[in-house]
Write a protein that binds this ligand. Structure first.
Ligand SMILES: [Zn+2]
Length: 87
């Protein structure tokens, strides 16, 4: 029983762990509940296969941006548009 499935599951779990680690490292000072919410959301997206896809325009988020901030759910364009709207 060394199917491909088991390997994929292990890989996904590892990725999820890495994302969680990154989020913790990068978001120190963030309120804990907010942080958990973000991790949860990132993991949900990973499950659904939409991790790294912009929530707004549904294009792929720049990989460097994801590396710097694994919990982002918007691409740089949509994020800056949102921040401008907030003012
Ligand atoms: Zn976008």
């Amino acid at each position: 029983m060394t199917g491909v499935g088991a390997g994929v599951i292990a890989d996904e779990t590892e990725r999820a762990d890495k994302i969680a680690d990154n989020v913790v490292e990068h978001q120190l000072g963030y309120s804990e509940s907010k942080l958990l919410e973000k991790i949860e959301y990132a993991l949900q997206r990973l499950d659904a296969g939409t991790y790294g896809i912009c929530d707004d325009c549904h294009k792929e988020i720049n990989i460097e941006r994801l590396k710097a901030k694994p919990s982002v759910s918007l691409c740089i364009h949509c994020q800056s548009r949102k921040e401008q709207q907030r003012r």
